[in-house]
Design a protein around this ligand. Structure first.
Ligand code: GLU
Length: 465
């Protein structure tokens, strides 16, 4: 069997959205699994709507997700010559013709058809024209008479048939000479030897037209797999109303790429009731046969749950690197505080995103502790002065803040004061962090270190009147 060749073919008219990323991921996974080739093709024939900014945004998002291509990016805008040549080939072979109908004429006919309850289709006025005056025109692909049905076996949706009578003579070249999507996609997929086309099912209606073009151009027809779309919780097509739809918006919100990859693949694909899949698991286990035929529903809570899972189980060194820009964004200089890896370790259980982690880490970097007002009123009162003095004294005597040593300090204070652990930990927590919620008190002491911890207790004491 020949090598699997797949492609992702985004139009650079905006950012990479969730649906596009999932299509790219499915292509990538199959290529890796079958030792095939993943081609990235930028479909920028619509010059007016395509921008370099979008190309960059799409490439960045793919890189972030780890979806590296084996060939490309190939730009359609570099390939106008070959498209032109193929238009000419079809014209020469009588499989295409120039159409001089004006937009006004076509609109009038369309309106009439709608009024009479007919499906608007081009009526073939210019089909038989043999002259070709030097006037504005489009080029249309001529449907061959005598074909009833166009059928293909979709690897996700099963056998799909269209009646040729539902189609009309497709425009393959616009008045300005630029070729159209359905035409160039066929040439490119064929010339790039794509063996399996995986794309969104919004393209299903284009497939019969494309199959006829493959045949007319003398190309073998590839396999197709149309991936169902993604809906919002209200079962409407996923849009901004449902939350961010740009992949990179999730990076900015502090999501990890492995959480996004895991989430995307599960939007439509399943394997029993397993939820957690690394990229390597997916390369091993992904199969188009397990992609559902109906739409996936976008569930931000599940994405968040996956993200907190990957933060909990992630490598602290790597998370520390990823956290840095989020700290900087808050005006924190990551090197001007305790060891960042230690900070991360103390927060992995608590923070569901890197944005949350940066917020939760803020207290570690205080020059002066900023107290939460309620916490201060409740826990830094005159009656806690003695306790905090005791803590200061005992902790000063601690050589270093190992867990047994800290335990020893707390036990000694509990004995002496007859206070429960919590009654000691909470005022100390407010002194060290400014608030009442933080990682475990020993962990906070250890991460801050002896010097800073003592400084903060002293500051708290100064604040008690
Ligand atoms: N450029 C098309 C799109 O972004 C891709 C179509 C295809 O995959 O065939 O929708």
């Amino acid at each position: 069997m020949s090598k699997l060749r797949v492609r992702f073919a985004p139009s650079p008219t905006g950012y990479l959205h969730i649906g596009g990323a999932r299509t790219a991921l499915f292509n990538y996974l199959l290529a890796k699994q079958q030792d095939g080739v993943f081609v990235l093709r930028i479909e920028d024939t619509d010059v007016a709507r395509s921008t370099q900014e979008s190309v960059d945004a799409i490439l960045d998002a793919m890189e972030w997700l780890g979806l590296s291509c084996d060939e490309g990016p190939i730009y359609q805008s570099d390939r106008f010559d070959i498209y032109q040549q193929k238009v000419q080939q079809l014209l020469d072979e009588g499989k295409a013709y120039r159409c001089y109908c004006s937009a006004d004429e076509l609109n009038a006919k369309r309106e009439l058809a709608m009024k009479e309850g007919r499906k608007p289709k081009y009526d073939g006025t210019c089909r038989g024209r043999t002259d070709h005056p030097d006037l504005p025109h489009v080029v249309r692909f001529k449907l061959q008479d005598g074909r009833d049905e166009i059928t293909f076996d979709d690897q996700i949706k099963g056998t799909i048939s269209f009646r040729q009578e539902e189609l009309d003579d497709l425009i393959i070249q616009r008045t300005d000479g630029t070729p159209t999507y359905n035409f160039v996609v066929v040439i490119d997929d064929a010339e790039m030897n794509i063996s399996l086309v995986i794309r969104g099912d919004d393209h299903i209606n284009n497939t019969p037209r494309q199959i006829l073009l493959y045949e007319a151009l003398g190309y073998p027809v590839p396999q197709f797999a149309h991936v169902p779309m993604i809906l919002g919780a209200d079962k409407k097509r996923l849009s901004k109303r449902h939350g961010a739809t740009s992949v990179m918006a999730y990076q900015e919100m502090g999501y990890l790429p492995e959480a996004m990859v895991n989430y995307l693949v599960r939007l439509g694909w399943s394997l029993g009731d397993e939820e957690i899949f690394s990229m390597n698991d997916l390369i091993d286990k992904f199969a188009l046969g397990n992609v559902g035929r109906s739409a996936g529903v976008f569930n931000p809570e599940k994405l968040l749950w996956l993200n907190s899972h990957y933060i909990k189980t992630g490598d602290p060194q790597r998370l520390a690197k990823l956290l840095q820009p989020f700290l900087e964004h808050k005006g924190i200089e990551p090197t001007k505080g305790p060891d960042l890896v230690a900070i991360v370790k103390s927060l992995q259980e608590r923070s569901a995103t890197l944005v949350e982690m940066a917020d939760d880490a803020e207290f570690y970097f205080y020059e002066q502790v900023a107290y939460d007002e309620k916490a201060q009123t409740k826990f830094l009162k005159a009656e806690q002065k003695e306790l905090l003095c005791l803590l200061y004294e005992q902790l000063s005597n601690c050589e270093n803040f190992t867990e047994p040593q800290l335990e020893h300090v707390f036990n000694a204070i509990m004995d002496k004061t007859e206070l429960k652990f919590g009654k000691i930990a909470q005022p100390l927590r407010v002194a060290l962090t400014g608030g009442t919620a933080s990682p475990g008190i020993y962990e906070v002491l250890q991460v801050l270190g002896k010097e800073t911890s003592l400084k903060r207790i002293a500051q708290a004491l100064e604040n008690i009147v």
